[in-house]
Ligand binder design. Sequence first.
Ligand SMILES: [Zn+2]
Length: 220
Amino acid sequence: MEKEDAEGATPEQYRFSLLGRASPLDYCNTVDWHSSPESKDRLHGYPDLLDWGAAAGSISAEERLALLEAAEARPLEAAEAFREGIALRETLFRLFTAAAHEADPAAEDVEVLNGWWARTQRKLELRYETNEYRWTWRTDDVAGDLFRPMYPVVREAVELLLSPKRRNVRRCEGPPGCGWLFLDHTKNRSRRWCSMRDCGNRAKMRRFHEKRKGNRENEG
Ligand SMILES: [Zn+2]
């Protein structure tokens, strides 16, 4: 199923937009109007992080429940995981914004991602099955580490930054300051809006009004 396809989506998938076409980008898009001073966060605490992880597929439904239970038993740890998770999101937002603008990233942001990557690798296991090697997530003691929902996001972020697809990362130009990130797969890399239905329409309306205003001024 295409991420943009809302048909058959769970309530959680409606709650969180998954149109970025990559989990680190969707994770950044848990803030509305991310590049505006009036941004609105969709994540308010550790349980929201788990809901997002389950909706985006970074954890399974069972893992979500196990982590929720663990977070209730260890609230200080859950609060820290939430804080760090949000800090990671903002780091990713800056890194992918730099990629979208073909600018150099801040060295501190690369450093922070390196720290997360080191932790993430410890959760991965190389397996050989049916003639193929592949990475799998360690499933022993999932609830022992409340940072668990972040690791698949970190892994995908690192892979995306290393791949030529990095050049397809875009930041929505929608007014005012949408700032959502997405992968542009159009042939001539011309997609400008996170979604045509939303920011695309708003921009079209704005252009229409500006043109009308311009015409009136020319006539007058
Ligand atoms: Zn947008």
